[in-house]
Design a protein around this ligand. Structure first.
Ligand SMILES: Cc1cc2nc3c(=O)[nH]c(=O)nc-3n(C[C@H](O)[C@H](O)[C@H](O)COP(=O)(O)O)c2cc1C
Length: 399
């Protein structure tokens, strides 16, 4: 399934400097090309001691620029060509030059001519990284809006242990995606729920459902990337919290999810209920493990309907619900939208291949208050999350 990457067709300039981590730039360029970015590379002369221009030419598809004098005005032309500048690895020396406006090689001259988004990815010995002179330079660059991707700790090339290893490639890709994503939800508080809930029978058993939380996490990640202040209320999942979210509230039961949502909803502009909270919970909780017997009659009672509770709020957020059905039961989704006075409902038929629980893709229909329906083709949940946010923005009556 091809992924819609925000880096697709983006013109990205990669600066490579003279660090032992320079070889990692080859993998970085390859990953940027996987995302269908258009990549050009500048190598400092020190970097040529660590890798050959040929490796980066093969990865990027174009000859790297290696000197200020090899093509007149390359520093200005590359600066006006690029949409994003990534310097990885970035040496202490280059960071010092950038912070002080020195322009004695192609990379530093190009940086001065450039006024767009920049990611710097330092890699060096931990002594260098913590030196006051270096910190001053790095802090200055950050103060003028340049994003640092902090190095990792571990055993360094010099044999010592400490902070200084170049950040992982996927972390750099994530940061690059984030920087080029339009911030059209900037400052808006978005409350997203995700995952299943667990309704305990006794200390060892519970009733749950097959929700993985992937759709809710994708929505939280997409909203955060677009500048929203995201609060994620999540039932138990195995997923890593998306980067850049304001907070994650982990809950177990539908009752706890309701409490968390009610607490946050009043101060949120947008609520997206992608979670699958249990509709029923055991009538009674046994504080001791229920002994095995031939037959056990389970009695259930209905949980609170969170969306109906939200409806009671004086100031309700723009509310988006999800309706998972086992068949093309659009009418059920529309009824749910009306009963709960939702602004939008995302319908999916979980019996369809590639839709619904515990897979990376989804196939949904988006239904509005006017019963208008958009049937969205199957796509990655991450892409669908952005599409849903696009549709919310297009409605224009939520902020
Ligand atoms: C074997 C070796 C490894 C080096 N690794 C690093 C490093 O990881 N980070 C760093 O900041 N400098 C490192 N240096 C020092 C830089 O290569 C040196 O400061 C150089 O002038 C950087 O030039 P540039 O910033 O123009 O690429 C290393 C030097 C040597 C000899």
């Amino acid at each position: 399934m091809p992924k819609r990457s925000p880096l697709k067709n983006k013109r990205i300039l990669v600066g490579v400097t003279g660090s032992v981590a320079a070889y990692k730039a080859v993998e970085l360029v390859r990953r940027l090309k996987d995302e269908e970015a258009d990549v050009r590379v500048i190598m400092t002369s020190a970097s040529l001691n660590f890798i050959t221009p040929l490796s980066l030419e093969l990865a990027s598809g174009t000859k790297p620029f290696t000197g200020l004098w090899e093509e007149p005005l390359a520093h200005v032309n590359l600066a006006s060509w690029a949409e994003l500048f990534i310097i990885a690895p970035a040496t202490a020396n280059t960071i010092g030059k950038l912070a002080n406006g020195t322009a004695d090689d192609l990379l530093s001259a190009c940086f001065l001519a450039w006024h767009g988004s920049t990611l710097i990815v330092p890699a060096m010995n931990s002594g260098m990284y913590s030196h006051q002179a270096f910190r001053k330079n790095l802090d200055y660059l950050k103060s003028i809006g340049i994003t640092e991707i902090t190095p990792e700790s571990g055993v360094l090339a010099c044999g010592t242990e400490g902070i200084g290893r170049m950040a992982g490639i996927e972390k750099i890709i994530d940061a690059a995606r984030n920087l080029v994503t339009p911030k059209d939800f900037l400052g808006q508080t978005v409350l997203v729920t995700a995952g299943p809930t667990r309704e305990p029978l006794d200390p060892v058993r519970f009733i749950s459902n097959r929700s993985s939380g992937k759709m809710g996490f994708a929505l939280a990640r997409a909203a955060a990337a677009r500048g929203a202040k995201v609060i994620l209320v999540s039932g138990p999942t195995s997923l890593t919290p998306p980067p850049g979210i304001e907070k994650i509230i982990k809950v177990e039961t539908a009752g706890q999810m309701k409490k968390a949502v009610m607490h946050e909803a009043a101060s949120s502009l947008l609520l997206i209920m992608a979670a699958a909270p249990a509709d029923y919970t055991p009538d009674e909780f046994s504080p001791e493990k229920i002994a095995k017997s031939k037959r056990y009659d389970l009695k259930l009672k209905a949980t609170y309907d969170i969306l109906l509770e939200v409806l009671k709020l004086k100031r309700r957020p723009f509310t988006v619900g999800f309706a998972a059905e086992t068949g093309p039961l659009f009418e059920n989704a529309l009824q749910k939208l009306r009963k709960k006075d939702l602004d939008l409902i995302i319908f999916n038929d979980v019996t369809k291949e590639g839709a619904g629980f515990d897979c990376g893709t989804n196939q949904v229909s988006i239904i509005g208050r006017d019963a208008g329906r958009e049937d969205v083709p199957i796509m990655e949940k991450e892409d669908l999350a952005h599409l849903i946010l696009d549709r919310i923005l297009a409605l224009g009556n939520w902020s």
